[in-house]
Design a protein around this ligand. Structure first.
Ligand code: MG
Length: 281
């Protein structure tokens, strides 16, 4: 694969990402795929998807897990509903995540990604230890399927995430870096965070956002790539500095406005191609 292939966060069926046929029309060669719903995690659906992907000549670089009942409505709701932290939903999701990994094996994907939720701050607490146990078990399951596990950034500061990665201590546990999430959640300036995470970063989202006036309390605002507080040229330069050569996966989650989503992602592809040329030469 060439340096920094452009990718798009894509959905099949309903989902937050761009529909697969629209992504293909935009001429990209890689996608991250939002995992289909539980009842579609079947051999039959995998075969159907494999033919669609082969026809389109697109490869899936990361299969992104999401779970029933997750809501990104506001930051407290994310804390309660997203990922593997809430004990009311963690056992079921832990099992489902392994099913998603097995489905990913059918598609031959190299990585499973997800938001694990807000990592508990007290590293000596039982909830923190419980989360470590779940993530270790999922890492081992992914390893047996030939996959890495990529944790999406945003909810934690880079320091807390590095600490968590070190505490889990599994060689196939890495980071999917999303600069906009650092801003949206008020978790820190994205570029120093990227520098600190360095070689842990094995996949990235290209997404933009503006800071909230109450960072960490209320959402910042997601905006089209190049219009927010992520300096995209500086972002790509930092990716080069840390030695990242993987896909640049555009994420723009406005599925309720498909025309606008398609147009904005089209502009993002152009912007990234131009910056790539400037920075890589
Ligand atoms: Mg993201």
């Amino acid at each position: 694969m060439s340096h920094w292939p452009i990718g798009i966060f894509t959905s099949v069926g309903a989902g937050l990402g761009l529909p697969l046929p629209t992504a293909v029309e935009l001429g990209i060669s890689t996608i991250q795929l939002h995992a289909p719903k539980t009842d579609s995690l079947t051999d039959e659906f995998a075969s159907e998807l494999i033919s669609q992907l082969q026809e389109s000549d697109v490869s899936v670089t990361c299969l992104f897990a999401g779970f029933e009942g997750e809501s990104y409505e506001d930051i407290p709701t994310v804390e309660r509903t997203v990922g593997l932290v809430n004990p009311e939903t963690s056992a079921g999701r832990h099992a489902e995540l392994k099913r998603i990994s097995d489905f990913g094996k059918l598609l031959n994907v190299p990585a499973i990604g997800l938001h694990i939720g807000f990592v508990p701050h007290d590293t000596t607490s039982q909830p923190y230890q419980d989360l470590i146990g779940i993530v270790r078990d999922v890492c081992e399951h992914c390893a047996a399927n030939g996959q890495a596990l990529h944790l999406e950034t945003g909810q934690e500061t880079a320091e807390a995430l590095v600490q968590f990665l070190n505490d889990v201590d599994r060689t196939n546990l890495h980071v999917n870096f999303d600069p906009a999430n650092m801003i949206l959640y008020g978790a820190g300036e994205p570029l120093p965070a990227l520098e600190m995470l360095g070689s842990h970063v094995r996949s990235v989202h290209c997404k933009d956002a503006r800071w909230s006036d109450q960072p960490g309390k209320t959402w910042g605002q997601e905006v089209p790539l190049g219009e927010g507080d992520v300096d995209m040229a500086a972002y790509l330069k930092m990716l080069k500095q840390i030695g990242y050569t993987g896909p640049l996966t555009i994420e723009r989650e406005i599925p309720e406005e498909p025309e606008r989503q398609r147009a904005e992602i089209g502009h993002a592809v152009e912007l990234l191609n131009r910056l790539k040329q400037e920075i890589l030469g």
